[in-house]
Design a protein. Sequence first.
Length: 288
Amino acid sequence: MEKRLSEFFSPTEVRRDGSFVQLGHVDSILPASAVYCDSIFYLRIANGNKHVTCVITSPDLAVEVHPEKGVVVVSRPRNAFYRMHEAVMRSDSAVNATSQIHESAIVSPQAQIGKDVTIAERVVIGNDVIIGDGVFIDAGAIVGAEGLLYREEDGNRHRVRHHGSVRIGRNVTILANAVIARAIYPGTATVIGDHAIVGIATTIGHEAALGRNCVISGNCVIARRAHIGEHAWIGSCSMVREYVNVGAHASVKAGSVVIERVPDHAEVSGNFAIPHRRRMLDFAKDGK
């Protein structure tokens, strides 16, 4: 269905109104695409793409937009574009924006589900899981799983049952096939902070704590009792060992194995992870 920029932005933001059918990237091959451009490099691609009919961009780039394309001018084009993306999805949906639980999902009667929560296909929500408002849980995720804990007795290993909880904050995103283990003891919890994102096929161990706005990329392991600070970034296929703290705003590069504390705002990489700048200097030295 055709839409116009003026349906989603204020008159002060719409420099030149335009119509679009779908949203996409600057190299979209779909007709009548709206895109965002936050650099001259991407704007030049959009200008030369006949399929792009509308551009959301910044004040300094607006004058460079092709005169036949619609233009929205905002200080943060990417954020504005994805706010429009959400609005377009809501306008196209015939489903009320209250909590939606797919019929194939399994949700324990002991779980607590907030408002505007989406639980997709084949999700499993276990006992004593508390889910805040606005959470999205994608297909196949398991929240409240048993974790790896056992005792040895008489030469055999015996599983230790978990009886704690999982607390999911507001507006958290848990992507497909992620697994979050419940805490061991009653009254304790594995915690996912508000606005955190847990990537595809990532595992969060029991009593781990993810801070507000942190991002855990796909195929990661955050082991038991690890703590990830606010706004931290954990790159794909990384592992943070048990009891290790990753500081606020820290960055763990893809494929890292973190075995010791990462300070606030630090960047680390490698196996075992060390400061990223040192890793790059060593790499450059070895390459000579």
